[in-house]
Design a protein around this ligand. Structure first.
Ligand code: TRP
Length: 383
């Protein structure tokens, strides 16, 4: 079986370093590792509209931002298809058919939907589109017959629900058209869930605690210097905690041995630095300055590549158009097979006309036979 990747992001803002360690960095490694037959990356604008229906302008403006972020981290359009979701109507069609295999109760149990509903406080009620977006995400994943979905752990409930839909579809229509996907999680704890600069559990635009891939050097520095550390570590000589200390969590996610060699040669690696912090005698400012060097070093080439791509926005849209066209071909093949399995491809179904004609003919023959019987009965009664 072909190994196929599908993953994606909602275009509601620029991507930040949480996206980077949680997913983008891994995508580039997978792309360049050559272990996959096909890589599809979806800019999920239709999904973004499920809770931005009154604000399509925001989605419209951020498709380019997400595309630029992809290209700048090293997604290569020659190796990966970047696809705009709303331009693949086959996804919407699949969603509509899958929706018949999912209960309202099952959607209500989806933990990601649950927590998002809590966060969003929909004024006039929950939009049906938002409530059912896990079904649309199952369509995204299955349309490309993805075997592998690199994503953060918050997407696990979506994958679980997708697998259920796949099993239900294949069983109901007695086929093996749909493929059960697996999630591919980031490989370190720190990458799994990068907290915001304020120490809050998640980096999120609405909390204002993000470092964006496109941030300028001064912004990055300012954000790092204002970061949350260990509140019990008041004086340099105090012993400090590294667990739950955001500066160290970021170092876990980003620092490499070569960063120590270049910027902090008195320590060999992060373990040594952590040990010193725990013992006491290591100030927050020094650790933050080091983190600043590490992040500046990591983000500089990304930002510079972004600025290059920003010079030719028409090219970026050409990339999206080409990726979308390719993606549509895969999705159309799957939709075709899905309708085939459901036997709702009426005009292509060669057997349909003959089969139904035969049934109608049989019924007509039966009617005729019955009439003849009745006629014979009437005739014999008259005698
Ligand atoms: N739900 C994902 C997010 O909020 C975006 C997304 C849409 C996605 N379709 C997908 C992720 C398919 C993985 C696979 O970021």
């Amino acid at each position: 079986m072909k190994k196929i990747i599908l993953t994606g992001d909602r275009p509601t803002g620029r991507l930040h370093i949480g996206h980077y360690v949680g997913s983008l960095r891994n995508r580039v490694t997978l792309q360049n590792g050559g272990g996959f037959d096909e890589i599809n990356i979806l800019i999920a604008d239709a999904q973004a509209l499920t809770d931005n229906a009154h604000n399509p302008e925001k989605v419209r403006a951020n498709i380019i931002n997400v595309a630029l972020d992809y290209l700048s981290v090293g997604i290569d359009p020659a190796k990966s298809n970047i696809i705009v979701q709303s331009a693949v109507p086959e996804l919407t069609e699949l969603t509509f058919y899958y929706a018949n295999l999912v209960s309202v109760a099952r959607l209500q149990r989806n933990p990601t939907v649950k927590s998002e509903l809590q966060m969003r406080q929909f004024g006039e009620g929950i939009p049906v589109g938002f409530f059912t977006y896990p079904i649309s995400q199952a369509a995204d994943i299955t349309a490309f017959r993805a075997t592998t979905v690199p994503a953060g752990e918050d997407q696990e409930p979506m994958l679980e629900q997708t697998r259920e839909i796949v099993r239900s579809f294949n069983k109901t229509y007695n086929c093996d058209v749909l493929v059960e996907p697996e999630i591919l999680l980031p490989d370190t704890e720190a990458s799994m869930r990068l907290p915001g600069t304020d120490g809050k559990e998640k980096m999120s635009k609405s909390l204002g605690n993000c470092i964006y891939l496109s941030d300028e050097p001064d912004d990055i520095k300012k954000k790092i210097m204002g970061m949350y550390t260990d509140p019990g570590h008041l004086h340099v000589e105090d012993p400090g905690k590294v667990e739950g200390n955001t500066v160290f969590t970021y170092l876990d996610a980003f620092a490499k041995p070569e960063h120590f060699a270049a910027f902090l040669p008195e320590y060999q690696d992060l373990d040594e630095l952590k040990d010193h912090y725990r013992r006491g005698g290591l100030g927050d400012i020094k650790v933050k300055r080091f983190l600043n060097e590490v992040l500046q070093e990591t983000l500089r080439p990304i930002r510079e590549r972004r600025h290059e791509f920003e010079k030719d926005i028409a090219y970026v849209y050409d990339v999206l158009k080409a990726g979308t066209d390719k993606g549509r071909e895969s999705a159309a093949r799957t939709l075709h097979d899905v309708k085939d399995a459901m036997k709702i491809n009426y005009f292509e179904d060669k057997a349909l006309i003959a089969e139904q004609q035969k049934e109608f003919n049989a019924a007509a023959a039966q009617r005729k036979a019955q009439e003849e019987r009745k006629a014979r009965q009437r005739a014999s009664q008259k005698k």
